[in-house]
Design a protein around this ligand. Structure first.
Ligand code: SIN
Length: 315
């Protein structure tokens, strides 16, 4: 699966893949984001001798991912991909918000070269750490002829950024692509591809504010038994510009919460209705009072709504 032996750039952002624990048996009691990306690359003997450049963009537990890191990451990816000698970019990242960063980068850049997010469920110090094999696989995908778009590589599977979701709290194979299915498998270093690389139009880097305070505030509210409108009132009072509701089933929303959301919408807050179900899309029989996010997960819908708000702001 090799591409003209050109350069892979590894960008580090932290995560469990860069985490360390006191004991090799510790899979939970560890500190994420301790090792630099250069150390992670150096720990994989099979990567020695390959043309690889490393840049550390951030060093965070990905639960703390924020707009300024996203902006810096998107810019670095864009700059490296524009270099003719670069065949692809690998990003080491935590698993907890991996699907958000993946979706964000695909929507903003829609790159024509591969951008491969890689993570691990066990820290680098674990007896059987999964990070080194995942990193080797990710570099392999970044060097693959014909690969393009943002994908994530874990546990021998390649997931499209458009379908990726974390579905398990500790299993090594903790990610899934829902109804769309795995994009490809890595078998003995070779890709067995099942479907097309992610595509679509790029939102564009220039429309992303440099100042994180300028990004639209979009929050997620969940509909559940006994839901009320207080959360919406609190969000509106805090100056929110958009609300994604994670509805039940086919995007249904508790009547008390729905009433509050309709009021917020009438007052100019953008509302998007998704489902808290792990699979499927929201399908409307009649035009809905609250627009639906279709097949987007709540966190994807949140990114989409932020981009929509940014587009309108610039337009
Ligand atoms: C993180 O998301 O940074 C910590 C958890 C993980 O990577 O599995």
């Amino acid at each position: 699966m090799q591409n003209n032996a050109s350069l892979v750039v590894v960008l580090g952002t932290g995560g469990t893949i860069a985490g360390t624990a006191v004991h090799a048996t510790d899979h939970v009691g560890y500190s994420a984001a301790q090792l630099g990306a250069a150390q992670l690359v150096a720990a994989v003997p099979a990567l020695a001798g390959l043309p690889i450049e490393v840049q550390q963009i951030a060093q965070v537990d990905s639960k703390d991912m924020d707009f300024s890191i996203w902006r810096a990451l998107a810019e670095a990816v864009d700059q490296h991909l524009a270099r003719p000698q670069v065949c692809g970019v690998v990003i080491t990242h935590g698993t907890d918000t991996l699907e958000e960063t993946a979706y964000f980068l695909q929507r903003v850049l829609a790159p024509s070269k591969p951008v491969v997010l890689v993570a691990a469920m066990r820290p680098a110090t674990a007896l059987q750490a999964d990070g080194p094999q995942n990193l080797l696989d990710a570099v392999g995908v970044a060097r693959s002829v014909g690969a393009r778009g943002v994908v994530a590589v874990l546990a021998g599977r390649v997931h499209s950024a458009l379908d990726l979701r974390k579905v398990h709290t500790y299993r090594l194979d903790a990610f899934d692509s829902g109804d769309a299915g795995t994009l490809a498998q890595i078998e003995q270093g070779r890709l067995r591809q099942h479907r097309a690389w992610p595509g679509g139009e790029a939102f564009g880097l220039v429309r992303l504010p440099r100042d994180a305070a300028q990004w639209p505030q979009v929050e997620i509210a969940t509909s559940h038994a006994g839901s009320g409108g207080a959360i919406v009132a609190a969000l509106c009072a805090s100056g929110v510009q958009g609300i994604v509701v994670a509805g039940t089933g086919n995007g249904s929303v508790h009547r008390a919460l729905e009433g509050a959301l309709l009021q917020a919408q009438a007052a100019g807050v953008a509302v998007l209705r998704s489902s808290r179900c792990l699979g499927g899309s929201v399908i409307d029989a009649t035009p809905p009072a609250l627009p639906s996010a279709g097949a987007l997960t709540p966190v994807q819908a949140r990114i989409e709504l932020m981009l929509q708000l940014l587009a309108h702001r610039v337009a």
